[in-house]
Ligand binder design. Structure first.
Ligand code: ADP
Length: 260
């Protein structure tokens, strides 16, 4: 519990700081990208090809910067969550193309889900983002190829579960790789903002902080199971959506009940 509190405080402090900076940068980058775009459009009808190439490079750089500030904003939770009733099975099926495109050919992708998976209440867009983040980390952990398994199952916890999850009904979404695994030291630090073992330019160290933030904000829990040279499993536990509270998915005619 103390560890969780320390983590939460650290996240809060770094989140405040980066959120403020990222917000300003995002606005500035919007101006830069907009202006380069306008000039490039003028070039469409000809002009100096070298100047054009320089502008295109500037645009690419600015867009990369914008995508980084987007990630910073997501991490600092300035992007509010928009929770809906989510059918995880359908969400995973819908991600299959995206995953194939993001994961190298030498990695086999398996997606498995329980029949009659319980619904969860979560922001579907952010949940996709979280799963993609975990999948890309899994890919990076398997430079020589391997298997990426994404599994969703119903879990009934009789006692306290991982990360202090109280007993109850959960949907567990796990992302497993057969990669390099992590040392105990690394496991202890993975959720720290800006902790990365990747080369400069490849890793920001924000992916898992964002995943952690999402789990907490969605009332969920996250577990790590990792063995060096064997592989890693990250499991996200999200509470089963019950029909208590306003927008029941079960009662017919309920307002705002959106599946998937
Ligand atoms: P980044 O991917 O930008 O480094 P993350 O917060 O997503 O940032 O991950 C932090 C670190 O955790 C990674 O640099 C890596 O050392 C470790 N890590 C995350 N996922 C895995 C994995 N599936 N296998 C091995 N190490 C991992």
């Amino acid at each position: 519990a103390e560890e969780a509190l320390r983590q939460a405080q650290k996240m809060e402090a770094v989140g405040q700081l980066t959120g403020g900076i990222a917000h300003d940068f995002n606005n500035l980058l919007t101006i830069i990208i907009g202006n380069i775009d306008t000039v490039l459009r003028r070039f469409d009808s000809g002009g100096d090809p070298r100047a054009r190439r320089s502008l295109e490079n500037a645009l690419k750089g600015a867009e990369r910067a914008a995508s980084l500030t987007q990630r910073l904003l997501a991490f600092s939770r300035r992007q509010p969550l928009d929770p809906k009733t989510v059918d995880v099975d359908r969400l995973l099926a819908g991600m299959s193309d995206l995953l194939t495109r993001s994961i190298t050919e030498s990695i086999a992708i398996q997606i498995v889900a329980d029949d009659d998976l319980w619904p969860v209440e979560a922001d579907p867009h952010q949940l996709e983002n979280v799963i993609l983040n975990l999948a890309v980390n899994a890919r990076d952990a398997m430079p020589g190829g391997g298997t990426l398994t994404i599994a969703a199952r119903n879990v009934e916890l009789a006692e306290e579960g991982p990360d202090g999850a109280p007993p109850g009904q959960y949907i567990a979404i796990s992302v497993t790789d057969t990669g390099i695994g992590m040392s105990a030291d690394t496991v202890a630090r993975v959720f720290d903002p800006f902790f990365t073992t990747k080369e400069v330019g490849k890793g920001t160290g924000l992916g898992l902080s964002m995943v952690y933030g999402f789990a907490k904000q969605s009332g969920g829990y996250i577990a790590i199971d990792s063995e060096e040279r064997e592989g890693t499993t990250f499991t996200l536990y999200l509470g089963r959506k019950t029909d208590r509270g306003g927008d029941s998915f079960e009662s017919p005619g309920a307002q705002g009940a959106v599946a998937g």
